[in-house]
Design a protein. Structure first.
Length: 229
């Protein structure tokens, strides 16, 4: 009887190992569903700097390190339209970084793409998890500096949903922002085109994703993306 129980326990362990991938690997279920592993945990294959400079960042303990990467946005070299993006993020004791989405012009990522803020600052349109300069997060489930936060970002057409540690913090329909400069607080947002405020509804539904170097250490791992039709 004891031997039977031990065998069953061993089988359960094996099954769990197959369901749960190690860092920077896809599970069998993710592979079957069509997820793409964007970072291999060893080097920056597939990644570029938005300004064309060579990638100078170091991989640290299986994580991407954007600090002094050689450019402003460490960028995956292929654009995507609709997708689900997952990644784990750890901040230094003081941090300002960001997850950039749908950058349509890598020479001007600030005005042609959206940013989910990664920062030790919390609250408001510039706090951790905010849709930067547009909408404050609904909650603050971040674990703080030195700990890994898990982001899951779903971007389908004009609908953007962000989960932080499995808590929904952003849910926005950008088609509702048809007025140039419109955001959720007083004043215009930062996005401009030819020196004039842009309407968020007019942004491209396809572009590049990347992680910002804003002169602070910030680590990213388990970067996975599921393209959606």
């Amino acid at each position: 009887m004891k031997q039977t129980i031990l065998i069953l326990c061993a089988l359960c362990v094996c099954c769990s190992a197959k369901l749960m991938a190690q860092d920077n690997q896809l599970t069998d279920a993710e592979k079957k569903a069509g997820w793409i592993l964007l970072f291999n945990g060893k080097n920056y294959d597939g990644w570029i700097n938005n300004d064309g400079n060579p990638v100078a960042a170091k991989v640290e303990d299986g994580a991407m390190q954007t600090y002094k990467c050689g450019g402003y946005i460490l960028t995956y070299n292929k654009p995507f339209g609709n997708f689900i993006l997952k990644c784990d993020v750890k901040q230094d004791t003081e941090c300002n970084s960001g997850i950039f989405l749908r950058m349509s012009d890598l020479k001007d990522p600030v005005n042609t793409g959206f940013e989910i803020q990664v920062a030790t600052e919390t609250g408001g349109v510039h706090g951790h998890g905010a849709l930067y300069d547009v909408r404050a997060p609904l909650a603050n489930p971040g674990k703080g500096a030195g700990n890994w936060d898990h982001f899951e970002i779903r971007f389908v057409n004009a609908r953007l949903i962000v989960l932080l540690n499995e808590t929904k913090i952003v849910d926005i329909n950008l088609d509702e922002y048809s007025e140039p400069g419109k955001r959720d607080i007083e004043g215009n947002h930062k996005f401009e085109l030819n020196g004039k405020p842009r309407a968020l509804r007019d942004f491209s539904h396809e572009g590049y994703i990347g992680f910002q170097d804003h002169d602070h250490k910030c680590w990213y791992k388990n970067v996975k993306l599921l393209p959606l039709n």
